[in-house]
Design a protein around this ligand. Structure first.
Ligand code: SF4
Length: 477
């Protein structure tokens, strides 16, 4: 419920005369007790609906698709379904980058943004849903940005995007206590990112960077303050908004508390930091991604050590309670020296905070580099698991005793993510066999279907190797 994309689609469909949208959340525990998944609003089973639309945000979401369909008594392969069953659609960042690993489960998959796709899809579904399924699928396959695995087009799949974000303001439409960010009214500030970090799917799958206007953001926030005291500004680099300071000033003037989802450290100023603290923010996250200048250049991060240290200084001076620094390990060309550079940077940062008698707690979040479809690094390998484990151990050994907290993502699950990110449609058979989202079940399934996980996760692919997602338009691969 804190996913603004999902809320935007829910709001979009329910403001139209010709559609109604309900929500369903996968409740694994209930399902294990034999309960049928039901929609939140009308408590209907999923097989009753005309269309089921999945939002796939992370590769690990793929594990739930077959479980939900099985628990609902719906055949999980598209070719096993006909017009007596719901039309099953998927969208989101994963289907925009590489829909292949889950393609056999879906009747159609969307590449791009819902507001740009839905006006074209809805009339076709409205007209064809009670006719023959194959006829409907053939009509859907003609729509730009729609991939119908049973009737693939010979033309490349062109990602659909909005020109003017103000045409569809995106904000919370369902407010509930039953969610992570329950005290926030969320407002989308921007989409895409202009910084083109070579590992990042945001710049490849959502470019170009576009902003909602200051006027629209202020109006939405004004409305949001009727329901919540805090406005949560959402975007990949919120402080890149050209009028961010004016926006913060307007929010503070309205008596709003402020929270932001991300902060690009090059656009940080003491004034911005001061307003964030005034707006009640207690924790800030910055993403240097790599410890050394050399590696940051390799990944095109575009930030210098001086800028990182200055941002840490500002955070400490402003009296933030917590600073989280995000780093990746296993980046292409990384050496032991780059890991030491993370240690040195963290220790220097801690000293800077302490020199001002600051009380800011420092946390490092470490994630293995995972090659993603559509990015500049899509053909590069993920580091071997033993290298990643060793690097995590080095960071923990050298920093844990220094009062710096280290959180890390699991290298094993990152490997699963890499296989699903660069995988092809053979992966679907393995996903269909997995009963439980667990590493042993995953390993058994990929082994049974002779899937070479090393090839998908850990091998470099030569420039002439035909990418599994070659159906996408060239600018997206
Ligand atoms: S990592 Fe952040 S700054 Fe870089 S392209 Fe992605 S969203 Fe933009």
């Amino acid at each position: 419920m804190s996913n603004l994309g999902l809320q935007a689609i829910y709001g979009f469909l329910n403001t139209r005369e010709d559609s109604v949208c309900e929500r369903v959340f996968w409740d694994k525990e209930n399902s294990e007790k034999g309960a049928l998944p039901l929609s939140v609003e009308s408590q209907r089973p999923l097989a009753d609906f005309a269309v089921l639309a999945f939002s796939l945000n992370y590769e690990i979401d793929f594990f739930n698709i077959v479980s939900i369909l099985k628990a609902s008594g719906i055949p999980h392969y598209s070719e096993q379904r006909d017009e007596t069953q719901p039309l099953i659609i998927a969208g989101g960042p994963c289907t925009t980058a590489n829909p292949l690993p889950v393609a056999p489960f879906f009747d159609c998959l969307c590449s791009g943004e819902a507001e740009a796709l839905l006006p074209a899809i809805l009339p076709v579904i409205g007209e064809g849903i009670s006719g023959k399924r194959d006829d409907l699928l053939k009509e859907l396959a003609k729509i730009p940005g729609i991939f119908v695995p049973r009737f693939p087009s010979a033309k490349p799949l062109v990602r659909q995007k909005m020109k003017n974000l103000d045409d569809y303001p995106v904000h919370s439409v369902v407010l509930t206590q039953d969610t992570e960010l329950s005290d926030l009214y969320l407002v989308e500030v921007e989409r895409g990112c202009a910084h083109n970090c070579r590992f990042c799917m945001v710049s490849s799958a959502f470019s170009p960077m576009r902003f909602h206007s200051l006027d629209s953001l202020v109006k939405q926030s004004e409305n949001g303050l009727k329901f919540r005291k805090r406005i949560g500004l959402v975007g990949p680099a919120v402080t890149d908004h050209p009028q961010i300071e004016e926006l913060f000033r307007s929010l503070l003037k309205m008596g709003s508390q402020i929270s932001i989802s991300s902060l690009r450290l090059t656009s940080l100023t003491p004034e911005i930091m001061h307003m964030l603290v005034q707006g009640g923010m207690r924790s800030v996250a910055l993403a240097p991604e790599a410890g050394s200048e050399r590696l940051r250049q390799t990944i095109n991060k575009g930030i210098s050590e001086a800028q990182i240290l200055e941002a840490i200084r500002m955070t400490g001076n402003a009296g933030m309670q917590q600073l989280k620094l995000y780093f990746m390990i296993g980046l292409p060309g990384e050496t032991d020296d780059d890991i030491q550079a993370i240690v040195d940077l963290a220790l220097t940062g801690k000293k800077i905070i302490e020199s001002k008698r600051g009380k800011t707690r420092l946390t490092l979040n470490i994630a293995p580099f995972v090659p993603k479809a559509g990015t500049a690094f899509q053909r590069l390998p993920m580091a071997p698991l033993d290298v990643l484990q060793n690097r995590i151990a080095v960071l923990k050994n050298r920093l844990s005793g220094q009062g710096i907290k280290i959180n890390n993502e699991s290298p094993q699950w990152s490997e699963v993510q890499a296989v699903l990110s660069r995988g092809d449609s053979r992966l679907a058979k393995a996903l269909a066999d997995i009963e439980k989202e667990s590493l042993p079940d995953w390993r058994k399934a990929v082994e049974n279907h002779q899937i070479n996980t090393d090839f998908f996760a850990h091998q470099e692919w030569p420039p002439d190797f035909n990418l599994p997602w070659s159906i996408m338009e060239p600018s997206s691969r």
